[in-house]
Ligand binder design. Structure first.
Ligand code: SF4
Length: 233
């Protein structure tokens, strides 16, 4: 397929690989290291990955800090807490009743299947673990992949709404592209490198906040020279 948007022949692996590398380097030079995921433990990443659904990270931090300051940020504590107490603690992250159910489902699954041992989870083959996570109530592809990458250190590329928006604007995927197809763009054309995938996703989020928001500020975007929409939206 020839991408009329960027002028890149999408069947030319070398050109697609070069474009993805070029985008990464431009973002990296512009924004520097992002130091993700900004939490202290793999379990905290898992909790954050659920709480961040439809929520700004600043509000997730408030919810996590509520649990931390009450010494309740652990699988047994969340299992043993009443539904209403947990809901009260995570209220700042929004949708707190449904997120309470999701957190409860996560910690019961973690206890029953891995005795709360996240290192044991990390030892499971990536695709198998992904399928297991997707079977837990409240965990969809983005949450599962965030857990795989940021909690378990697996080389899995996380796709989110920002990635879909930005790469459609650039012209490397179609508008309305599926999660899996967008993920394939990265995994088929980048080496499976956990550190690279971690940083690339974090830089995409940074770009979405700094320039490529709903109303893009192409004039101050480091990708404007290679983006089909640069300066035209
Ligand atoms: S040039 Fe504009 S549309 Fe393209 S990535 Fe940058 S901000 Fe987004």
């Amino acid at each position: 397929m020839h991408c009329c948007k960027t002028g890149i022949d999408m069947n030319d692996d070398k050109k697609v690989k070069a474009a993805l590398k070029d985008i990464y380097l431009r973002l990296s030079e512009t924004y520097g290291p992002q130091h993700w995921w900004p939490v202290e433990s793999p379990f905290e990443v898992m909790v954050g990955a659920i709480l961040t659904q439809s929520a700004a990270w600043t509000n997730v931090e408030k919810a996590i800090n509520n649990l931390k300051s009450a010494h309740l940020l652990s699988p047994p504590a969340i299992r043993n807490m009443s539904f209403s107490e947990l809901a009260e603690h995570i209220k700042p992250s929004g949708y707190y009743n449904v997120k309470t159910r999701k957190l409860k489902a996560l910690v019961y699954w973690l206890g029953e299947n891995y005795a709360d041992d996240i290192d044991r989870m990390a030892g499971i083959e990536t695709d198998k673990m992904r399928q297991e996570l997707l079977g837990v109530y409240g965990i969809g592809p983005e949450t599962a992949d965030s857990i795989l990458l940021y909690a378990l250190g697996k080389p899995v590329f996380v796709i989110d709404a920002y990635t879909l928006r930005i790469f459609a604007r650039i012209g490397l995927i179609e508008e309305g592209e599926s999660y899996n197809n967008c993920q394939r763009l990265f995994t088929a054309n980048l080496k499976p490198d956990t550190a690279l995938f971690n940083e690339y996703h974090a830089l995409i989020v940074k770009l979405a906040k700094e320039a490529c928001s709903k109303k893009p500020a192409c004039g101050r975007c480091c990708l404007s020279q290679i983006c089909r929409h640069g300066g035209k939206i």
